[in-house]
Design a protein around this ligand. Structure first.
Ligand code: SF4
Ligand code: SF4
Ligand code: SF4
Length: 288
């Protein structure tokens, strides 16, 4: 039977966020977040009826949202969602996309759906999806280090403030657009190079400041990947092989624990890869 709990809660969260941001900023954001909410609702309902196209639907959603955020909001309107923009905008005394992403996707949404923004809306993440393979090469894996992640984040804050002080790329609309192109090309190139040397989604796993912040809250997420039919598990480890964040999913299954890793992006590739229906995205119950 179709369980609408997750789609409806997710829709409610997005509409609520849209109302709040509208109050503080502009009605455009209400339409934006409500639209995202309905798209998310629609794909989750479709996945119920057509589970085999779960990943196809997720990638379509990510392509749609990521393109809208990058091409329309970014290159047409000049709204930048990358982390340094928070400080460029703060220096100019304005609030735009990056700060809204920080508050909405990194401080509110993680209480409900962890780092799901990363697997459904981040355009940078969409490019990194191309590096996902069916079987991850774990021999190159460099595990996430809190020290590296926080050093990178703090360095980025200092560099951004310094750049804003010297020559703020957010000061005029034309410069903003050129900055968005250059900054994204730089991040995507660094991400591809890192992935080549230190394993799947290396930029996301090791450096990205957004997941460093949302990862503080995501372990508290209401919805997580949850082992349900653990007796069906054959230890084939396909869930491990398919996880782009190199999480040891199988160990969570063996221990009958929900995936509590703060880098889980709720892409649900582990669910799609398990032929024995062991995993499900669900809320906490007294049994897990
Ligand atoms: S970790 Fe960062 S770059 Fe990767 S998908 Fe999430 S926000 Fe995007
Ligand atoms: S893919 Fe499914 S059956 Fe295989 S190890 Fe993972 S949970 Fe178990
Ligand atoms: S544990 Fe599952 S949902 Fe989380 S990142 Fe890995 S494959 Fe995606």
């Amino acid at each position: 039977m179709l369980d609408l709990k997750i789609p409806l809660i997710s829709l409610g969260v997005f509409i609520g966020i849209g109302l709040i941001v509208w109050w503080f900023r502009h009605i455009m954001y209400f339409y934006l977040f409500t639209g995202i909410g309905f798209l998310d609702f629609g794909t989750r309902v479709l996945v119920h009826y057509y589970p085999k196209i779960r990943q196809f639907l997720r990638l379509c959603l990510q392509l749609l949202l990521g393109s809208f955020l990058l091409f329309w909001l970014g290159l047409v309107i000049g709204v930048n969602f990358q982390f340094p923009e928070i400080f460029f905008d703060a220096y100019e005394g304005v609030v735009t996309g990056a700060l809204i992403q920080l508050v909405v996707a990194r401080l509110i949404l993680p209480f409900f759906l962890g780092n799901a923004f990363c697997s459904r809306a981040c355009w940078t993440g969409f490019f990194f999806e191309m590096t996902n393979t069916k079987k991850q090469d774990k021999s190159k894996n460099v595990p996430r280090s809190k020290i590296i992640a926080w050093t990178y984040l703090i360095s980025l804050v200092c560099i951004s403030l310094f750049v804003a002080f010297l020559w703020n790329p957010a000061a005029d609309i034309e410069t903003r657009k050129w900055w968005i192109i250059g900054e994204n090309l730089f991040i995507i190139s660094v991400g591809f190079i890192l992935t080549f040397f230190v394993g799947s989604r290396a930029y996301c796993r090791i450096l990205c400041p957004f997941i460093t912040i949302s990862g503080l809250i995501s372990p508290l997420s209401l919805f997580k990947i949850t082992p349900i039919n653990t007796d069906n598990c054959t230890n084939c480890k396909k869930c491990d092989d398919n996880c782009p964040m190199l999480i040891d999913v199988n160990t969570y299954v063996i221990n009958k624990k929900r995936i509590n890793d703060n880098t889980c992006i709720l892409c649900e590739r582990c669910i799609s890869s398990c032929k024995h229906n062991v995993l499900k995205l669900s809320a906490k119950t007294k049994n897990n």
